[in-house]
Design a protein around this ligand. Sequence first.
Ligand SMILES: C[S@@+](CC[C@H](N)C(=O)[O-])C[C@H]1O[C@@H](n2cnc3c(N)ncnc32)[C@H](O)[C@@H]1O
Length: 232
Amino acid sequence: MELYRQAWEESYGQKDNLIFYPKEEVLKFISRNVRKLVGFNKFNDILDFTTTVRGLDFGCGIGRQAILMEEFGMEAHGLDISANAIAMAQEMALYYEFPQLKERFQVFDGKKIPFPDKYFDVSVCEAVLDSMTFDLACRNIQELSRVTGKLAYVSLISGDGHTAAGQDFNKEEIVTTRHEKGTVQCYYNSEKIDALLASTEFVIKGKYLQKEISLIPAFERGRYSLVLVKKN
Ligand SMILES: C[S@@+](CC[C@H](N)C(=O)[O-])C[C@H]1O[C@@H](n2cnc3c(N)ncnc32)[C@H](O)[C@@H]1O
């Protein structure tokens, strides 16, 4: 399956995809499902932190959610197909003084996630499974389901009202704007989300749709975020 790796390398190479701060939805996911910050380095635990809690940031880019996981006392790991992104993520690990995290950022070969079954308690996948073909997303979510023991967060772009005429769109297209030129953008609706999850062991615990309505210029866009629980 085509990975569009070169297009991602170019996007990161020209510094078009550098996002340094964690996504608010991921912070909410961790605060509601993993542990909540209640003071300076004080947490109310939801998962059991008496042993190491491991988190995977899949398609980590420059690692912003992995840094967040480390700040919450988790052992974070990050995988991405872009070597440019991983090099920057490794710099971020050092900048934020998590030297142990540096080696846990790895370039992904695009096939099998290089960890055993249920190695991670939690997986986070922000704007990744919509940045590839649907066939590849199905293969990757099966891998995520395999390596995740408890919970996952997945965010996917919504195609509701996406066309110029405001009609729904649930197919995929090649990005033509500079930011992620030549990569795939795959749009989702509820049925497609169900199809994505069909061959996994994930059950939907929370499903949210955030909409942004721009008045000038006029457009509307949306993004689903899913909280997934592993069966058993
Ligand atoms: C829109 S960016 C999001 C990056 C990051 N999750 C964030 O929130 O900042 C999509 C990311 O998915 C990565 N990606 C694309 N295809 C991938 C694949 N098959 N396996 C792993 N990562 C992939 C890209 O290199 C890119 O870093």
